[in-house]
Write a protein that binds this ligand. Structure first.
Ligand SMILES: Nc1nc2c(ncn2[C@@H]2O[C@H](COP(=O)(O)OP(=O)(O)OP(=O)(O)O)[C@@H](O)[C@H]2O)c(=O)[nH]1
Ligand SMILES: [Mg+2]
Length: 229
């Protein structure tokens, strides 16, 4: 029977475009994060709070994926002038070519960090390289403590895992220890960043982000690509 490797080819093509994106990001010295979490876990809320908190300290831009609306981009544009909405139509995740097109609408040279808010979905986005440096996974307390165990691929591929809506902990039966245990069983040493985007409890996430930016700059300087101020 004739072999038709459709999915393999799709991913191969995506990887090729992701490699081009990565080259672009490297030459502009921009650290790129792919933020992945279920719909409603608070991705946009976290980015709004982060942009507000780091205004004047870190030059950030955001690409935000959503099926049809521009609502997230409108929320983020209040805090940042480098925001592009990518509408995926029926697509449940972002692909590298969509990011590539969006880069034409953003001034990469002016940025230090680019965050890509992926389409709200815990499954499909994980397998698609966008050219990013890190995947950041995001869960929230109301989703329940069993979600890391049910979504092991995200936990395993993430460089850090955000647990949002910590302010709701007193009101819900959420087993924090079971959550942590499952995460660390799947990915030992995974940073678990407990935050509350809407109440301003951001410290673990901001510290992780700053640390990654520092390491990224050090690596770029060592490679001779970034001038010290
Ligand atoms: N209590 C509480 N609510 C939060 C927190 N963060 C976000 N929310 C609320 O959760 C809802 C969803 O937040 P969004 O930021 O739109 O979530 P999102 O992950 O960007 O959603 P999609 O883009 O649709 O996938 C909103 O009503 C937010 O106000 C939090 O830390 N605590
Ligand atoms: Mg959003």
């Amino acid at each position: 029977m004739k072999k038709v490797p459709v999915v393999e080819n799709l991913l191969k093509l995506n990887d090729e475009v992701a490699a081009l994106n990565r080259e672009r990001f490297r030459s502009a010295h921009v650290l790129v994060l792919d933020l992945i979490g279920a719909t409603g876990c608070g991705k946009t809320a976290l980015l709004e709070a982060t942009l507000r908190e780091l205004a004047g300290q870190l030059r950030m831009g955001v690409l935000v994926g959503d099926l049809t609306t521009t609502r997230d981009a409108e929320r983020l544009a209040r805090w940042c002038d480098q925001v592009v909405q990518i509408n995926t139509g029926r697509g449940c995740h972002l692909e590298a070519h969509q990011v590539r097109q969006a880069l034409d609408r953003i001034d990469l040279e002016r940025l230090e960090v680019l965050v890509i808010e992926n389409v709200g979905n815990l499954i499909c986005p994980v397998g698609f390289d966008l050219g990013h440096d890190h995947q950041v996974g995001m869960f929230s307390v109301p989703e329940g403590e069993d979600k890391p165990a049910k979504h092991p691929h995200l936990v395993q591929s993430a460089s850090a895992l955000i647990l949002n809506k910590m302010d709701l902990l007193p009101h819900l039966a959420f087993d924090r220890e079971a959550f942590r245990r499952d995460c660390l069983r799947l990915h030992p040493d995974l940073p678990i960043l407990e935050v509350s985007a809407t109440t301003g409890r951001l410290a673990p996430w901001l510290a992780w982000l700053q640390d990654r930016v520092t390491r990224f700059r050090q690596r770029a300087q060592a490679a001779g690509g970034l001038q010290t101020e």
